[in-house]
Structures are given as C-alpha cells and as structure tokens.
Write a protein of this length. Sequence first.
Length: 162
Amino acid sequence: MSVQGLLPSLLLLGALFLLALGLSQRLAPPSVESWTGMRRLLYWAIGLHALHFIEEASTGFAARFPALFGLNPIPDPAFWSVNLVLLAIWSAGTRLPQPRMLMLAAYWFLGLASAANAVAHPAMALLSGGYFPGLLSSPLSGLIGIMLLRSLYQNAVQTEGS
C-alpha cells in the first residue's frame, strides 16, 4: 500500500475501533453526577477544537498537511464539512440527559484527536522547519483532550467495578 493510501486507511481503522469501543459494554453511560462534570470538559474541548479548526482553516492546513505525505490538498468543502459535522455532533451530544454508547465513542474520538494534536502539530512544525497550521492552539486543546480522556476512562472503570 502506498503512503497515499495508508493515511486514510489508518484513520478509517481508528474510527472503526472507536465505533466498536462505543458498541461494547465497556462504555457504560456515566452517572448523572459524572456527566455534569464531563459536560464542562466537553464544552471546553469542543470550543478549543473549534478554535483549532479556525486556526487550521485560516492558515492552510488542508493543503500543507497532505503535502507532507506527497498528497493533493484536501478540498475546502470536504475539510470544512468534516470539521463542522463533528462539531455539531459533539455539541448536540452535550444536550443529552445522559450520553449513549455511540456518543461516548464520539467523545473518546474528540479526546484522542485533541491529545494527538498536541503531539502532531509540534512534530509537523519541526518537520517543516517553522510554523505549521494548528500549532498555536494544539497544546491547550491537547491538555483538555487528556483531561477528557481521563474523565471518560475513570467513568468507564467506575462503571465496570459497580
């Protein structure tokens, strides 16, 4: 498989893993108390992802990221659509009295993506020898992502032990 086919394949495998995780019994809905605390983290994580997306969109991420792998730019409509749909799904989920399995999988994805951004964007900046789109917002987004993952994990562990 070429490098061009590898990246989308890895993203698809990651999404399928998170879907399977969301459908498994390991992701039980959080208690009302823990959901209240988790919701606050989600507001921050979603807001920071929106800020991160704006930084990426306004500084050419859709062209520069694929170029690192010798790929063509991501078309603007696709880049905008994916990010706006994810933001809408994550935001809508915060209105639920208690999230279900698939929504929890979406929140795991948000946490993992945010945490990964804190490593990936500085690495891409080093590779490119300067600023890389998304670099400025990635550390704070990553910190909140780690906090969200911790909260999701603690809730899953508490639920399993109950």
